[in-house]
Design a protein around this ligand. Sequence first.
Ligand SMILES: Nc1ncnc2c1ncn2[C@@H]1O[C@H](COP(=O)(O)OP(=O)(O)OP(=O)(O)O)[C@@H](O)[C@H]1O
Length: 232
Amino acid sequence: MNELVINCQQLNKVYQDGDNSVSVLKGVDLTLTQGELLAVVGSSGSGKSTLLHILGTLDTATDGTVEIKGQQVNRLNRKQQAVFRNANLGFIYQFHHLLMEFTAVENVAMPLLIKGLSAKEANNKALAMLAKVGLSHRSEHKPSALSGGERQRVAIARALVTEPALVLADEPTGNLDKQNAIKIYDLIKELNESLNTSFVVVTHDLELADKLGKIAYLDDGKLAIRESKNVA
Ligand SMILES: Nc1ncnc2c1ncn2[C@@H]1O[C@H](COP(=O)(O)OP(=O)(O)OP(=O)(O)O)[C@@H](O)[C@H]1O
């Protein structure tokens, strides 16, 4: 049986805003096995980013269980969570957050250097990852010389170069036109198949969500999950 990469039970999140409390997640259950793809959709303010931040140990649940790769991450302190994140998780955002003064290959090599790999090893792995996202010919370019879609490919390569079990993506194509967005979703699917990386992808776009394996609808703090019809 496939290993569970996410196991959340009865997740609640209440934000305290002065005297007001806002209940965003109300008893969310979510499981994802290694190698599964999940799209999270829901209206603006429904709590998609909140859920992603909790899964990514960037925010804590008010109560409930959050188990990532068998580890109850809400029981870790901040420092342990940072170590856990570096070892197991990758992040992709709407904005690429690349370092503009570094080349594509240097940007992708950065997380490996932080992990303690030698410059040569990091460079070789970064080049191999850039090849996987179809950007070998752009490895020496700085982000300013890349198109929006290419920058997002570099950001994806950077998120995946450390071989995380789970990648969390928050509107990864929010800054791209539809044609480029479709290409990025196709790339996510390809990388999922070749690397067995699990992905949770937050999107507003139902058509793009339908390209992934499972869709989770977030509404009134509850999650409803169904398999996508369009999975090849
Ligand atoms: N730090 C905070 N303090 C108080 N309320 C917050 C905080 N962060 C988020 N919220 C509220 O929680 C709700 C969910 O926010 P969240 O950003 O998770 O929604 P979302 O579905 O990702 O929205 P969008 O699609 O617009 O990005 C919103 O009503 C938001 O105002």
